[in-house]
Every structure is written in structure tokens, then in C-alpha cells.
Design a protein around this ligand. Structure first.
Ligand code: SAM
Length: 227
């Protein structure tokens, strides 16, 4: 599978991956870091913190991929030492070392390469303290068969697009995600497709349409409860 995946550079200078089998990139070609900051950090993490002022926040990511969302969240934890973050990320495909080594997020973000690599190298299924206030667990599994007792405050839903991986955008998976989200928890994703939004509402989420990362017009945030 790895031979089907190659590193590309997006227009903000940050890396992404291209999956040739799916003919799909892991991020917007207009900027991986710009997209991730906009969708997951600004409209996900920062929004939740502003609204709830929690001391601890639990985040679940569907689709760890390059680790960009996890890395930006860890950097946020470094900048906000009074906040504790628990971060679980799931993916079917653990990134091989040669791809991890070629991804440029630590350089683009003036960050810490050891921390970035730990996101990929940490033992599967183990709770690891990567920073004093950042607990991390990497799960290698298909989300559709995965169960957890943890209730999360935020879900970063970062699957491949509905036209590439339709089974990731159907009711049974959203019922599962609804179940693992805490009351008043939120889920954010770059997608704003109509059928997907109808599925979210059918499961019980309140959905908001938000401006997408330029040039995308829209993205989606949903709340378990009232937005
Ligand atoms: C759009 S990419 C994720 C991008 C990632 N968040 C990042 O920052 O690089 C989608 C990811 O979902 C993963 N994936 C696909 N099917 C999955 C499944 N059934 N369960 C868990 N992960 C899956 C893929 O391996 C891929 O890494």
C-alpha cells in the first residue's frame, strides 16, 4: 500500500500525501496546515474551549493520517499549559517511517520533530504522556469495528471524501460517533455535502454550516445537544 502513497507539497508549503489508489489527497491542495488549522483547531478545539472553558478536553480523531491534526493539537497544548488534552486517534494504516521522515510539519511550524515522530512511533493502543498536559493514544483499527468506553468532547472527523470512501459517511458510523461523544460535545469536518448533513441530523446532531478554509465555501460542525 505504501507504494501507492507519495508525499506532495500543498500551496502553503506544507506536506500532504497523495493516495494513488483512491486518486485522493489527505488534505486540501490549497494548504494542508491552513485547512487543518481552520477546520479542526479554530472551529473545533478553540471554539469548544471558548464556549466551555474546560480544564481538560478529550479529543477523538477519525483518520490520524499524517498526524497533522494531532500535531497542531499538541502544539496548542504546549501553548496552553493549564489545559489538559487527552487525544485518541484511529487509523487503519499506520504511516511507515520513510513517509513520516519526509513530512515537513515540524519545519513549517517551527516545531519539534521528536514530538511529531512520537505521534507515529508510540506503541499502538498505549496511553502515552507526550507532554505534561498531552496524553495520547494511537489506535490501529477500522473505526467501523472499534468500540470505546471513553466519552469525548470533540471529534475530528477527517475521513476521505464521501465520493472516495462512501462507507465512512453513512448512518451506522455516525450513530457510533454520536454514542462516544459527551453531551454538548462537537464534531468538526471539512465536508458540507448535503446527504452527509442529512445523515447527521437523522442521528440527532444539531448541524451548523461554517465558512470553509479558502477557497472552499463551507465546512460542518455538529453538536450533541443544541448548537
Ligand atoms: C483524509 S485522510 C486523514 C488526514 C489526517 N487527519 C491528516 O492530518 O493527515 C483519511 C485517513 O482515514 C484513514 N482511514 C480510512 N478508512 C478508515 C477506517 N475505516 N477506519 C479508520 N481510519 C480510516 C486513512 O488511512 C487516512 O489516513
Amino acid at each position: 500500500m505504501a507504494s501507492d502513497i507519495e508525499i506532495i507539497t500543498t500551496t502553503d508549503g506544507s506536506s500532504s500525501l497523495f493516495n494513488a489508489t483512491l486518486n485522493e489527497t489527505y488534505h486540501s491542495k490549497h494548504g494542508a496546515v491552513a485547512e487543518s488549522r481552520h477546520v479542526f483547531i479554530k472551529h473545533g478545539l478553540e471554539y469548544y474551549i471558548d464556549h466551555h472553558q474546560p480544564k481538560e478536553v478529550k479529543i477523538f480523531e477519525v483518520g490520524l493520517g499524517t498526524g497533522l491534526n494531532a500535531y497542531l493539537t499538541a502544539l496548542y497544548a504546549m501553548q496552553n499549559p493549564s489545559l489538559s488534552i487527552v487525544y485518541h486517534a484511529i487509523d487503519t494504516y499506520p504511516m511507515p517511517d520513510e513517509l513520516v521522515a519526509g513530512i515537513n510539519y515540524p519545519e513549517v511550524l517551527a516545531g519539534n520533530r521528536d514530538l511529531f515522530e512520537e505521534l507515529h512511533k508510540s506503541a499502538e493502543g498505549a496511553d502515552v504522556r507526550l507532554l505534561p498536559n498531552f496524553m495520547y493514544k494511537k489506535v490501529v483499527s477500522d473505526i467501523k469495528g472499534y468500540n470505546t468506553d471513553t466519552k469525548f468532547d470533540i471529534i475530528y472527523f477527517d475521513a476521505f471524501a464521501p465520493e472516495k470512501q462512501p462507507e465512512m459517511w453513512l448512518l451506522p458510523l455516525f450513530e457510533k460517533l454520536y454514542g462516544i461523544l459527551a453531551q454538548n460535545g462537537i464534531m468538526v469536518t471539512y465536508c458540507a455535502q448535503g446527504q452527509f448533513r442529512r445523515n447527521l441530523k437523522a442521528v440527532g446532531f444539531s448541524a451548523e454550516r461554517l465558512p470553509g478554509p479558502p477557497p472552499k465555501r463551507e465546512m460542518t460542525r455538529v453538536t450533541k445537544g443544541f448548537a
